[in-house]
Design a protein around this ligand. Structure first.
Ligand code: NDP
Length: 338
């Protein structure tokens, strides 16, 4: 099996020496075990957080171990009665070409329901994150103006399209590159999209949201959060899903303390700012999400874009690129053919 192992905690961006790529001998299958050939590896921003040895909602990634990650694969050998050779499965098999598993926490996939790759994307964890963050945490209702950052990405693209389906007054994206902004408006049907790279970000966002923002779906933090916060309407909600702009650098401690003015704003405008982790609420929403969003995907009301890197050996570079915005759509690694 080819493996990507985590060997050095990065300071700043992950680099080539963060990882070690090498072959490993697979153990013989024990009773109840399956051998899985990995087809799709999902690269996700949370992986950067796990590289730090800090207290968080999950344990840090262990040094010397195979990088953790969500994958879709195919069973090539089974000594577990629940799985047959040829079954397609979803599991946390990590950055490797093959994995041996006891089958716990492994879900069988029906390739007729949706393309295999979507189970780690729009039909999987990122799609569910959008669903929970917008509807449950964000308590979205028809008539809301919804703004979302990282708008062309795996989570953001679903947030905006769902908001439109649910009757938002206005859906506004925030993205980096101009072509991402164009895609979000022309292909995904957002009303507007502004660039976080523009010096006039706040004015641009204000022009796009003349009646203020009711929900700001937070994916990036930094100046984008500042701009959105200044436009929040009374009783506005900010589901805090991610803060990717600081994953490599950590939070900035420079400058004057603006916490008191933030808290005053929270009080006077009765804002609800709530962090959430998809796994906390997944069980509760999973079934409705698959039914509802699966339907929207089949009838074309939700579109998705994938950004495929070929070959496991290119995963480290693709992952560093994800944290820089080099991906355009859900970042996947094609490990083998489906
Ligand atoms: P995306 O597909 O959106 O890819 C990441 C995007 O982040 C990049 O393409 C880039 O878009 C943007 N980005 C990167 N650096 C910066 C920066 N410095 N400033 C502004 N934008 C930046 O990833 P996902 O959809 O998978 O994840 C989006 C967010 O959701 C992340 O913060 C992630 O951690 C979070 N998340 C949280 C979950 C939870 O349970 N709370 C679960 C899943 C994801 P651009 O080029 O437009 O800047």
């Amino acid at each position: 099996s080819l493996q990507v192992r985590f060997v050095k905690r990065p300071t700043g961006e992950p680099t080539a020496d963060t990882f070690e790529i090498g072959e490993a001998e697979l153990p013989a299958l024990g009773d109840g075990e399956i051998l899985v050939r990995i087809i799709w590896l999902s690269l996700d921003p949370y992986m950067r957080g796990r590289m730090d040895d800090k207290r968080s909602y999950a344990q840090p990634q262990a040094l010397g171990a195979v990088m953790q990650g969500g994958t879709v694969g195919q069973v090539v050998e089974s000594r577990n009665p629940k799985f047959a050779e040829g079954d397609f499965v979803l599991g946390m098999f990590g950055w490797q070409s093959h994995a041996v598993s006891d089958g716990a926490m492994v879900r069988k996939l029906d390739p007729a329901v949706a393309p295999l790759s979507t189970w780690v994307g729009v039909m999987g964890m990122p799609g569910l994150t959008a669903y929970i963050g917008l509807l449950d945490v964000g308590e979205m209702k028809a008539g809301d103006t919804v703004a979302v950052s990282a708008a062309s990405g795996a989570v953001g693209s679903v947030v905006g399209q769902l908001a439109r389906i649910k009757g938002a007054k206005k859906v506004v994206g925030i993205a980096g590159a101009e072509e991402k902004c164009r895609f979000v408006v022309d292909e995904l049907g957002f009303d507007a999209c502004v660039s976080h790279r523009s010096a006039s970000l706040r004015d641009d966002l204000k022009a796009a949201c003349p009646d203020g923002i009711d929900i700001y779906f937070e994916n990036v933090g930094g100046p984008t959060l500042d701009a959105a916060l200044s436009l929040m309407n009374p009783f506005g909600r900010i589901p805090v899903c991610g803060m990717i702009s600081m994953y490599n650098t950590g939070p900035s401690t420079e400058g004057p303390d603006r916490l008191p003015s933030l808290m005053r704003r929270v009080l006077t405008d009765r804002l609800k700012i709530q962090g959430f982790i998809v796994s906390d609420r997944a069980a509760q929403h999973q079934k409705a999400f698959i039914e509802e969003v699966g339907g929207y995907i089949r009838d074309g009301r939700i579109k998705y874009r994938e950004f495929v890197t070929e070959g496991l050996e290119n995963a480290p570079r693709a992952f560093a690129g994800l944290l820089r915005g080099e991906n355009f759509g859900k970042q996947l690694v094609k490990v083998s053919d489906d």
